[in-house]
Design a protein around this ligand. Structure first.
Ligand code: 2HG
Ligand code: ZN
Length: 479
């Protein structure tokens, strides 16, 4: 729908449905919704819709669908791949979930929580904790990311190694489909084999099949003991060896196992105020390991010390510090979680959210580093991420003093060099951030043939007018 008159008429209808608090049209108010966190995309929108409940949201979607208007759902706007970015066509409407922010229920017997899409992930975690449970979904952007976006992208994060991705925690979904109908699947059943698992189709669909408005999430017992350590390690192989050592010592204890490069850590300590390396000297690579148990027998600390002592003895671990207080544990995590921010401050950067089988992470790190250095001498190779589940953020920062725009102009070249290694190692070009607007060009090559054809057929069946989150996932021609 491109005619200005039709858009103006639709916006009047939406204004009647949403009321003044629910509709933004002033460019000063809509501007924050038109750029992404990475600064990759700057678009335009005639209106931002901010419904406060499912019925109003459904009525808005119906009105937009009847008018053929395209909608871009937005949660916390933390996508790394432009998943919630409007184009500059000027006729795409943003649908923000931020006012749908109620925690509807927590049930510590069923171990479930029912939350609306606009609840910020950290708030959901805190509510679960207050009820004596754990919502084991933890990502660096959890202070801004909202549950709906986290589910729509099937986010993974730091604890996938133990609890799985967002998908594994979803028991039920409520969603508004492109025609405005409401899929009321907020069931909190552990077993429910009643036809296609539509909730799982919506999880990870990146808003292209409908808008998730609420979900029932599976909670877990809250750990009674948590131990965390930061280790300097000699090589990526040593990092992997440490992971397998912890896993064989207690297969259930590893809650997070994160890798960081020496280059990435140096950027964090240089550019993030208050970030200090708690080791006697910098190392070429680092690991953050976190162990947790719901038992109360005190065995975790002993196991941590034993495994670290053996690895120090073998020369795999060069130095290690165990957090003695909660403040120290948080400080160690901060060194990990500020990687994205530090890289942003260091200049232009190209991100590769890739995964390989866990056994191949060392080969990925070594080979992709060599490929990037051969392509752009001086490039800063700063991989980090979730070694325990095989997902590495193979990020590259521009050479010091280089022209940021010139570096970004080569983003596809860099991504293709990393992806060539990922392909050799039988991995995926997107592990947890999704395809968004950044990577549809890779879909035909990686998922072409029957797989992409089937995805297009599903898209056409559920969203025949193609109004939901245009330009995401599918390469042109649009689905
Ligand atoms: C993380 O693990 C996020 O911190 C962001 O997935 C990764 O900045 C990135 O590439
Ligand atoms: Zn990550």
């Amino acid at each position: 729908m491109r005619e200005p008159v039709a858009i103006a008429r639709l916006i009047r209808t939406l204004g009647d449905l949403l009321g003044p608090a629910g509709l933004l049209t002033d460019p000063a108010d809509t501007a924050p919704y038109c750029s992404d966190w990475r600064g990759l995309y700057h678009g335009r929108t005639p209106a931002v819709l901010r419904p406060a409940d499912t019925a109003t949201l459904a009525a808005c979607v119906r009105a937009c669908n009847e008018a053929g208007a395209r909608l871009v759902p937005m949660g916390g706007n933390t996508s790394m791949v432009g998943g919630a970015s409007v184009s500059d066509s000027g006729d795409e409407l943003v649908l923000s979930l931020q006012r749908m922010n109620r925690i509807r229920a927590i049930d510590p017997v069923d171990m479930t929580m029912t939350v609306e899409a606009g609840v910020v992930l950290q708030r959901a975690q805190e509510a679960a904790r207050e009820a004596g449970c754990l919502l084991p979904l933890s990502i660096s952007s959890e202070g801004s990311a909202q549950v709906g976006g986290v589910l729509a992208t099937n986010a993974g994060g730091n604890t996938t190694v133990r609890y799985g991705n967002a998908r594994e925690l979803v028991l039920g979904i409520e969603a508004v489909l492109p025609d405005g109908s409401v899929f009321g699947g907020l069931r909190r059943l552990r077993k429910d084999n009643t036809g296609y698992a539509l909730r799982q189709l919506l999880v990870g669909s990146e808003g292209t099949l409908g808008i998730i408005t609420a979900a029932v999430l599976q909670l877990h017992p809250r750990p009674r003991q948590v131990e965390a350590a930061l280790c300097g390690v000699a090589s990526p192989e040593a990092a992997l060896a440490l992971f397998t050592a912890f896993r064989s010592a207690d297969p259930t204890a590893v809650q997070a196992f994160e890798y960081m490069s020496g280059t990435g850590m140096a950027l964090v300590t240089a550019l993030i105020p208050g970030a200090v390396l708690p080791l006697s000297e910098p190392a070429p690579h680092y690991v953050l390991v976190e162990l947790a148990t719901a038992r109360n027998d005190g065995g975790l600390r002993g196991m941590l010390e034993e495994v670290l002592a053996a690895a120090l003895e073998a020369g795999e671990v060069l130095d290690a510090v165990i957090a003695e207080t909660e403040a120290q544990r948080l400080a160690i995590w901060r060194l990990r979680e500020e990687h994205a921010e530090a890289q942003k401050r260091a200049g232009a950067n190209v991100k590769n959210d890739v995964s390989v089988p866990v056994s191949r992470v060392p080969a990925l790190i070594t080979r992709a580093a060599a490929a990037c250095q051969a392509l752009i001498p001086g490039i800063r190779v700063a991989p980090f991420g979730h070694l325990g589940d095989g997902n590495i953020h193979f990020n590259l920062v521009q050479p010091e003093g280089a022209d940021p725009a010139g570096f970004m102009a080569r983003d596809h070249e860099i991504m293709d060099a990393v992806c060539a290694v990922v392909r050799e190692l039988e991995g995926s070009f997107s592990a947890e951030h999704g395809v968004g607007r950044l990577k549809p060009y890779m879909m035909a090559d990686w998922r072409g043939g029957a797989e992409l054809d089937a995805m297009r057929r599903i898209k056409r069946a559920i969203d025949p007018k193609g109004t939901m989150n245009p330009g995401k996932i599918f390469p042109e021609p649009a689905a």
